[in-house]
Design a binder for this molecule. Structure first.
Ligand code: UTP
Length: 224
């Protein structure tokens, strides 16, 4: 299987959790050793947001704010890459082509952000499209996708299984109720839908969940 793993900055970098990062590295190495092709996309978490704030306070425009956030996500990507050692390529992939070349060399491709104006979810979806991945797993700070924002509504219900149409319904509804869009970027969903890439959203604080997702076990929310 060819799979993209999107590890939320909210999970490993807010605050920085080196124990969790190490666990992810070991698990992803295991997944590769089992014969799968692995791409990892890491976000910058609160540190990226801090830098966005600094750029804003300096009066810099949105593009520059995004650029510094991308740099921060690439720093975290570099830490993962170094920890992977020989299993990964020697550099963080900064283009989709570089990620594809890295996979073709039989290595784990590691990415942070790609370009201003998008999120790391969109990066993960774009790289999934580029390498023709079977699966995108997103490790986030919630148990999966809910029918409404669980941080706002106590009666929100976690969904075990959704179609892409269902998911787009949930997301478009939330344009009016800010917050839930964070669970997955609607731009990423568009790409995954058109390329038929299965999406599994899991609680990233339990790294074993990504293994369960690869095995096709019932975990988080499955979208296909
Ligand atoms: P994310 O919000 O995608 O990263 O990117 P994260 O920290 O992993 O987020 P969680 O865990 O889902 O909460 C942070 C910011 O970096 C910029 C954007 O400003 C984005 O909001 N960014 C990221 C880009 O501009 N381009 C990219 O390709 C990636």
């Amino acid at each position: 299987m060819r799979a993209v793993f999107r590890i939320g900055g909210s999970v490993v970098a807010s605050p920085v959790n080196t124990e969790l990062m190490s666990k992810y590295v070991e698990l992803l190495k295991t997944i590769k050793a089992q014969g799968n092709e692995v791409v990892v996309v890491v976000g910058g978490g609160t540190l990226a947001r801090d830098f966005i704030g600094i750029a804003k306070n300096l009066g810099l425009e949105m593009q520059a704010q995004d650029e510094v956030a991308i740099s921060v996500s690439r720093l975290f990507a570099q830490l993962f890459l170094k920890k992977f050692g020989d299993d990964a390529c020697s550099k963080v992939a900064v283009t989709l082509d570089e990620a594809a070349e890295c996979l073709a060399e039989g290595k784990i491709a590691v990415m942070g952000g790609l370009k201003p104006g998008i999120t790391t979810d969109a990066v993960a979806a774009l790289v999934a499209e580029r390498v023709n991945a079977d699966l995108l797993v997103k490790g986030t700070d919630q148990e999966g996708i809910f029918d409404k924002d669980p941080r706002k509504f106590a009666d929100a219900v976690k969904q075990d299984q959704l179609s892409f149409e269902d998911l787009q319904g949930v997301l478009s509804e939330t344009v009016h109720k800010a917050g839930i869009h964070q669970i997955i970027d609607p731009e990423a969903v568009k790409v995954l839908k058109r390329r038929h890439v299965k999406l599994v959203v899991v609680n990233g604080f339990e790294p074993q969940n990504i293994l369960a997702a690869v095995k096709g076990e019932k975990v988080g929310t499955v979208v296909n």
